[in-house]
Structure formats: C-alpha cells, structure tokens
Design a protein around this ligand. Structure first.
Ligand SMILES: [Zn+2]
Ligand SMILES: [Zn+2]
Length: 91
C-alpha cells in the first residue's frame, strides 16, 4: 500500500468509530437485507465510519497521505527544527 497515516507514516485500518457518536461500532448481520452493517454502540443506529485508524498510535485520521509525501514533509520538519535549533543557540 502506498498510502500511510499522516501522524506516523504507518499502516492503517478502516475506522470502526461511528461518525454519529464517535464510539466503537459492532458489526451485525441483517437477515432482511442480507447485509452486514456497522451498528453504533451508543445510539444503536447503523453507523457510517469515515476515516482510518493508525496502526502505530491508534489515532483516528480522516485522510491518508502518500508515503512519498509523508517522507517529504518529515524531511522539511527536520530541516526546520535544525534551523530553529541553530537560531536558538545562536550559531
Ligand atoms: Zn499514528
Ligand atoms: Zn451513534
């Protein structure tokens, strides 16, 4: 997979947190419609679960990032931090 989580640059799972109540969902099988739906633990309604869960830190994220984008961003942050440190210690 070429996409990673923006927080850790790691793999992810599809979210199982309900959009309605931000709580965990249970999957249930419905005989009438022959479908498996996610049910919100809190309100007991069929829940949409948008976004993804980071496998590294467990954070929820709405969007993913290309691995190469993540690397580029980390590199930029690194150079910025180095520049900050230099300013701080007055090189
Ligand atoms: Zn993460
Ligand atoms: Zn709910």
């Amino acid at each position: 997979m070429s996409e990673v989580t923006p927080c850790c640059g790691c793999s992810y799972e599809e979210s199982w947190i309900s959009d309605c109540c931000q709580l965990e969902t249970q999957t249930k099988y419905f005989l009438e419609t022959d479908s498996i739906e996610k049910i919100c633990d809190s309100c007991n309604h069929i829940a949409e679960c948008s976004g993804y869960i980071c496998n590294e830190c467990g954070n929820w994220t709405e969007t993913l990032e290309e691995r190469s984008e993540y690397r580029a961003r980390m590199k930029e942050n690194y150079y910025e931090e180095m520049a900050d440190a230099r300013r701080k210690y007055g090189e």
